[in-house]
Design a binder for this molecule. Sequence first.
Ligand SMILES: [Cu+2]
Length: 129
Amino acid sequence: MSKSFLLAGLTLLVCSLSAPGVTRAGNPAGKESGAGTGVIDVHGKEFAFMPNKLSAVRGHKTTVRFTNDGVLAHNFVIESLGVKTETIQPGQSTEVSFTPPKIGSFKIRCLVPGHMEAGMQAMIVVTSQ
Ligand SMILES: [Cu+2]
């Protein structure tokens, strides 16, 4: 008698456990559309970029929105891809758009003298899809 009672309890447990999973699967996070918009938010300060590893897709237009969270002027440069923002002051933002023509890993730097050497560098990985 206790065995069938346990079985019923287990069945109930399994049903209640699987139900939320079904709900989640039917409701994909609609806000997570980074791949579609191609806009990457990058923040810079002394002396780092955040995030310090970006990704992009070859042949797909990518926009970087660079915000200066620091107390010095900074810029965002990917020399290998010909990408360069203006040097912006603390609290400012700027955007740069580009379409990576090749796959690979490319260095991102701040070209204000001394900043890259102090650690203000990052990477962008361009993949084929
Ligand atoms: Cu800098």
